[in-house]
Design a protein around this ligand. Structure first.
Ligand code: MG
Length: 348
């Protein structure tokens, strides 16, 4: 299989604030796998907080090039992905890019959607939350208006006064909320108080309330919380999930953390077997990666696949949004196509 790569910068429609910083966009690297005249597309989206860079991703992909040429189209996906994973530790987003491209290619070869490769047959439209970043109240009000179609809002919290933040949101919307504290809470008693209050304010779940290192405090909170406590930064891959027993009641699975669809499906199965809630999430990525994750939407308890709505210059066409629901393309594979000649090197 022949690999092509194209670094790109995804620009946000609005600067995006979370508890630790504000960003104007996200570097990403698109990949294309070619085999027997068919193309599969993937993406390594690289928000800085994950610690992966464009340079590192290109380095991993150059290492993977000879492996891909040598392996050809794999007979066994399990063997292929364990060999790819073993090339170098880390580089999860780069591994995800290859994983997504291979699933897209596999679907195109078989004339099936990528989700069907895992036995999924239900591709109905499903509601997703829409994320509202931390901002001044008038900007939050504007973003809430722009999210009018979406039935659930995801509020980035972890501010110095999250009660005031939610109260401000409530002046402009009575929709159900997901609250993502992005590790911003430090005191378990206050976290429980806030969670208990939020449960009365139409909040449906709390994501990553405390820092990754505060496992014991988080387990204390989860045991008492009236709302599901969902891990994000604490759980990247399947092995992390196995180590969080009792600490969280669910997990936000993202392709860029877990190396792609192959491992995401394993994590979903693990969650089902261990009574953990499943949130399918995304980075601020293009519709290339988000469309791939949307293939698994039927397996989720909560869906937060809104990223393409936040981006001004998405160079892919894939899933669509109608009335706050994700609408999958009917194309085989992950259902994505680049809008222009993305891999020609003529990108501005
Ligand atoms: Mg999060």
């Amino acid at each position: 299989m022949k690999l092509s790569v194209q670094p790109y910068f995804l620009e946000f429609k609005h600067p995006f604030g979370v508890s630790s910083n504000t960003r104007t966009g996200t570097p990403t690297v698109f990949v294309r796998l070619e085999e027997e005249g068919l193309y599969g597309y993937g993406e390594a989206c690289l928000p800085a907080y994950l610690g992966e860079t464009t340079e590192g991703t290109l380095f991993f992909l150059s290492k993977a090039t000879s492996f891909l040429e040598r392996s050809g189209y794999p007979q066994s996906f399990a063997d292929f992905f364990s060999e790819l994973d073993a090339l170098l530790p880390g580089y999860n987003a780069a591994k995800a890019a290859i994983d997504l491209a291979l699933h897209d290619l596999a679907g195109k070869r078989e004339g099936r959607r990528a989700g069907e490769l895992y036995g999924i047959t239900d591709f109905r439209d499903r509601s997703t939350s829409m994320t509202i970043g931390i901002d001044r109240e008038e900007v939050i009000a504007q973003k809430i208006r722009e999210a009018a179609d979406f039935p659930i809002l995801k509020i980035k919290a972890g501010t110095s006064d999250d009660r005031a933040l939610i109260a401000a949101v409530r002046k402009h919307s009575d929709k159900p909320l997901y609250v993502d504290a992005n590790q911003g809470w430090r005191d378990k008693e206050k976290a429980l108080e806030l969670t208990t209050w939020m449960a009365t304010e139409g909040v449906l779940l709390i994501e990553q309330p405390m820092p990754v290192a505060m496992r014991e405090e988080c387990a204390w909170l989860t045991a008492r919380s009236p709302l599901p406590v969902i891990a994000d930064e604490s759980v990247k891959r399947l092995n992390d999930l196995k180590e969080t027993e009792g600490v969280y009641s669910g997990v936000n699975i993202k392709l860029m953390k877990c190396t792609g669809l192959h491992e995401a499906v394993k994590m979903i199965r693990y969650c089902r077997e261990h009574d953990l809630k499943i949130l399918l999430g995304c980075m601020a990525e293009s519709s290339c990666a988000t469309s791939a994750m949307a293939q698994l939407a039927a397996l989720a308890d909560f869906i937060d696949l809104d990223a393409p709505n936040l981006i001004r210059n998405d160079p892919f066409k894939g899933l669509d949004y109608q009335d706050g629901k994700i609408v999958l393309s009917s194309l085989p594979g992950t259902g994505v196509e680049p809008l222009g000649d993305l891999f020609s090197g003529k990108i501005p």
